[in-house]
Ligand binder design. Structure first.
Ligand code: MSP
Length: 653
């Protein structure tokens, strides 16, 4: 079949708020979308994969103010800056085709036109807003929608809100939306449909407040200065403006709209399942074919947030485990539609079991045996056996099941299928025992076919895991010497007969085994809050009266001699000129910080009217002043040194 004839495929991720530091939970959806986009490209679709950033709203305005920059500077920094959103997607190997920023001029102008169109057709009207507003979620709520008086999405406090505002006639579309949700496949998984219908539609859909006047960081309503467009209206239409809707920047609307699927997290399903289709209905536009609401990743049973530290930082995790292993783990472990619990144990275990033991081992054993028995070249010839057809049949079955699961966005099931083949191939090695076949020339033709079957299983497995682990899959195919035209979806038919030839090589292990205990300890260390770089002693709470303080006699002293004290690794013994004509001896516990010879000739400060005391049998008459602090957990000490022009004995006050 011609790879170019499959048609267009449009897939999107939610556009990210640049207000929150992105953690591995955020990366989850984008990795899943990327996997689907790669899978569709592999199948020969002309894919458009859109992602971007949702940059307006009060939250951003507030954060920028806190940071002392303009909102635009604030979002630019998080999107474009070092380790920003763009950097992260590059690191995670996200193959998006288009990146939209809602502050892009073309989008802003398009939103103004869209808002005006809905105003002109009567679906947006001016009224007065009285209700509740959740600032962190940027959501308006009616009293009846609150849960225990708090935001039903995040559980936080809501504020009273009353202002002149524009409204969208959401109520008008209630029946059509209910019908859409209940009687079509628009929203998946199906469990989310009941949630939407029971929690939002049945209690009665109220008109939606779609403008704000209490802040300015948004798309201005151009026909009514002072109003900015509600951030969700602005955000949702990104899916179309990024294709050229109401703008000349792009020209892909006809080819790619309606979208094949919007992947979104469960807490924003409401916006995509109710508000989005209603607005499209208002403008008489085709609806997206599907919205898929995926579950949330929690961390050790709790809501994930960047404040949990490095262990949820995709940069840190990618650096320690590799990008492909991390991507694989996310998709292999958690069924896409449900919530999942991310733990470090699970991550390491998945890498060790699936990648190091199963896939990695299969590749390294096979390529090493090819090298050893055939110098890496599997030529025409061989001898088949019954067992091979079993492997062949399993491979066919796995490929069919894999496709079924991928079409349903069930990445973990699709990967389970791939690993069924990988597991079977490992068992095939044990059953055929190539090392025994290699012992005699008579069994060499059989050995040749066994190795061809193994290579073929690996080739197919690599194609199947390539959307999840693009780099590793290519490395595996490179090791097997698979030509470009045998790496695509259409080349997935099983072929290990006598005509097949292979030219393989060996390489370093693809997925080194991780020492669970050591790695957990290292991660534990990383999750501890970083030690403050600089710590100073707490200030004394007790006051000292002025007269008492004045009794302390501080003098400039010059170091005539300084030496270590025998049998002490702490003490230095100073002979000092204190201006009286008689040498003064002071012992100080600072040997760890200075070498004696460094100090000779220096002018220091001593308190000289302390009662003499004995240290290691020697008398110390006074104390040298020094400054102490802690740096990166290490104690630091600096003797107070004053200008050498100050004569010995000068009083300091
Ligand atoms: N800006 C909106 C989306 C607008 S789309 C027109 C938004 N942004 S977000 O940055 O807060 O979230 C982006 C996506 O990350 C959402 O789909 C959200 O569900 C997802 N996740 C955030 N934390 C997550 C987990 N811990 N686990 C899985 N996904 C999570 O919402």
């Amino acid at each position: 079949m011609c790879e170019k004839c499959k048609g267009n495929y449009y897939i999107t991720t939610p556009i990210y708020y640049p207000s929150a530091n992105l953690h591995i939970g955020h990366a989850y959806c984008t990795v899943a979308t990327d996997t689907m986009a790669r899978y569709k490209r592999l199948q020969g679709y002309n894919v458009k994969f859109l992602t971007g950033t949702d940059e307006h709203g009060q939250k951003i305005e507030d954060k920028a103010k806190e940071a002392g920059v303009t909102p635009q500077q604030f979002v630019d920094n998080i999107v474009l800056g070092e380790k920003g959103v763009l950097d992260l997607w590059k690191l995670m190997n996200i193959s998006y085709d288009r990146f939209i920023r809602t502050t892009d001029d073309y989008h802003v102008a398009a939103i103004q036109k869209i808002f005006k169109k809905m105003y002109d057709n009567g679906d947006i009207y001016k009224g007065k807003y009285v209700g509740k507003y959740c600032k962190p979620c940027e959501s308006f709520w009616t009293e009846s929608q609150l849960v225990d008086g708090k935001c039903p999405d995040c559980g936080r406090e809501v504020q009273d809100a009353e202002e002149e505002a524009y409204f969208f006639r959401l109520s008008k579309y209630a029946d059509r939306i209910q019908d859409l949700l209940e009687n079509t496949d628009y929203l998946e998984p199906r469990s989310r449909v009941n949630e939407m219908v029971n929690n939002f539609i049945k209690p009665g859909l109220e008109d939606l407040c779609v403008s704000r006047t209490s802040f300015t960081w948004g798309v201005p309503v151009d026909f009514d200065p002072g109003h900015v467009v509600y951030v969700w209206i602005d955000a949702l239409f990104n899916y179309m403006t990024a294709l050229g809707f109401e703008n000349d920047k792009y020209d892909d609307l006809e080819a790619f709209w309606p979208a094949d699927v919007h992947f979104v997290g469960k807490e924003i399903v409401r916006f995509h399942a109710i508000i989005w289709p209603a607005m499209l209905m208002s403008l008489d536009l085709p609806l997206p074919k599907k919205v898929y609401g995926h579950g949330w990743l929690n961390f050790n049973g709790e809501k994930m947030s960047k404040s949990r530290g490095n262990v949820v930082d995709p940069y840190v995790l990618s650096e320690r485990f590799g990008v492909d292993a991390l991507r694989f783990f996310l998709l292999r472990t958690f069924p896409f539609g449900s919530d999942g619990n991310f733990t470090n144990e699970l991550l390491i275990n998945t890498i060790n079991v699936d990648l190091a033991n199963d896939l990695g081992n299969l590749v390294s054993r096979t390529t090493a045996m090819n090298q050893k028995y055939f110098g890496g070249v599997l030529a025409v010839g061989g001898e088949s056996a019954e067992l091979d057809s079993e492997l062949n049949a399993l491979a066919e079955e796995v490929m069919a099941n894999y496709e079924k699961h991928m079409e349903a966005f069930q990445f973990s099931n699709a990967l389970s299928e791939a690993f069924r083949l990988i597991g079977r191939a490992n068992k095939y090695i044990d059953e055929t025992a190539p090392w025994i076949l290699a012992k005699s020339d008579e069994t060499k033709p059989r050995l040749l076919t066994v190795m061809k079957n193994l290579c073929e299983c690996i080739r197919i497995s690599a194609i199947l895991v390539s959307p999840m682990m693009p780099d590793s899959a290519q490395k595996i195919l490179d090791l097997l010497g698979v030509p470009e035209n045998s790496r695509g979806w259409n080349a997935r038919c099983y072929c290990a007969d006598s005509e097949a030839v292979w030219n393989t090589s060996t390489g370093a292990p693809l997925f080194p085994r991780i020492d669970m205990e050591k790695e957990l300890a290292a991660l534990e260390e990383l999750s501890k809050p970083a030690k403050p770089a600089l710590e100073i002693e707490p200030y004394a709470e007790e006051t000292v009266d002025f007269d008492t303080f004045c009794k302390s006699d501080f003098r400039a002293v010059k170091v005539k001699d300084c030496k270590n004290v025998k049998k002490s690794d702490k003490l230095l013994q100073f002979t000092l000129d204190d201006g009286t004509g008689t040498d003064r001896q002071i012992l100080s516990g600072i040997a760890k910080f200075y070498k004696p010879e460094e100090l000779i000739g220096k002018t220091l400060v001593a308190i000289v009217n302390l009662p003499p005391r004995k240290m290691m049998g020697r008398e110390s008459c006074g104390m040298l002043l020094s400054a102490i602090h802690t740096e990166n957990g290490e104690e630091k000490l600096n003797l107070i040194m004053v200008d050498d022009a100050i004569p010995a004995g000068a009083k300091l006050c």
